[in-house]
Design a protein around this ligand. Sequence first.
Ligand code: COA
Length: 408
Amino acid sequence: MKIGIESISMYVPRYGMDLRLLADARNVDYAKYKQGIGQEFMSIPSPDEDIVTMGANAAEQAMEGIDPQSIRTVIFATESGIDQSKAAAIYVHKLLDLPQNCRTVEMKQACCSSTSALHFALATIALKPNEKVLIIASDIAKYGLGSAGEPTQGAGAVAMVISATPRILELGPDVGYFTKDVMDFWRPNYKDEALVDGKYSIKVYMDALEHCWEHYQADTNAAFEDFDYFCYHLPFSRMGTKAHSHLARQQKVPLSSQELQRQIEPSLRYNRITGNAYTASLYMGLLSLLDSKELNLAHKKIGFFSYGSGCMGAFFGGTVLPGYQDHLYRSEREAWLRDRKHISYTEYVEFYTHRLPQNGHNYRTSRHRSGSFRLAGVENHQRIYERVPASMGAAADSGKALAAAPAV
Ligand code: COA
């Protein structure tokens, strides 16, 4: 029996900022962002967007053509939770009108709970092959105005349907794991922004990668050369390059810079123009690779490294299934990314500093460009979501002209 990804889709807000504007505002050489960190554009959620709206937008597309009755589990992976008690999965379950005979949960372990969700889904389907699992990874990465992590910020969601009838990627049971208690990045309940020691985090990431690979190799006898492409968790796109050269060096595999580029560059493109989306980041990298028009990835083997600060890592492999191109939303995605509205630095600060009332007072959010769902406001401490008519999603806001986004 094959188990794996039957469908996958991603959503990013309709707003973003060219990092040239941030470089000007922070008096930093733009080359540091573009070459040094590998970021060109940042996705920015509007005040009527949150992890639920982004997750529901991604999930609606991933569910196209899939019988909602087959979904028995919805797992929402996030580190930008909106409630200490209620799972964000329940809001999405309602917005998508999923069946009541369904379990719905939220999972947390920094950027890698989406990967644990994926492996829990595989185990569920191995026991109950007729069931399908909907996984939603949705996050808003906030590091603070003027912080070192600011140029790596982003937002977005990926949704995947996992089943015994995969069409995109087949996944096996083998995973190399690593867990260690470290404080490289965390966010106490009273803070909106993460606390991060970026340089230390890079070091711990590499350490986790080495240990995960060793564990995976010990279980599977896999060799580095068994993989055609690699996807890494990307807190910023340059991290993928750093991680891959590190693993190759560790494995004593002499990689030319062309070969290194070939193996990871296709997975980095979306991160450069969306920024970090925590739990969704690795799977946006997968979509970036799958969307590469010049590549036929059928039967190709991909190595994945998922990292969540704090920390936990996982290394695993997957094989791309023939015909996968027929089940992507590549042209829609390209158009969406291209048509995002470029906002000014001042608008970025306005969006960034917007907060919902902290006292539960009734509040209506201003209407902005959105997908099919938006956060309408707060009533009596409850977030209120609404479906947006298709004609309004692209249009509604203060009406500034669109500028062309960086080429995908
Ligand atoms: N032109 C080109 N490259 C430049 C440059 C310029 N003018 N100025 C600096 N650089 C390079 C540096 O040499 C460095 O490259 P290297 O990594 O190969 O050494 C890179 O740009 C970054 O510069 P650095 O001084 O290290 O940047 P920083 O102190 O601003 O921090 C991060 C960078 C990535 C550590 C920071 O953005 C961060 O903390 N990000 C968040 C990371 C995170 O979230 N981790 C947790 C989850 S995994």
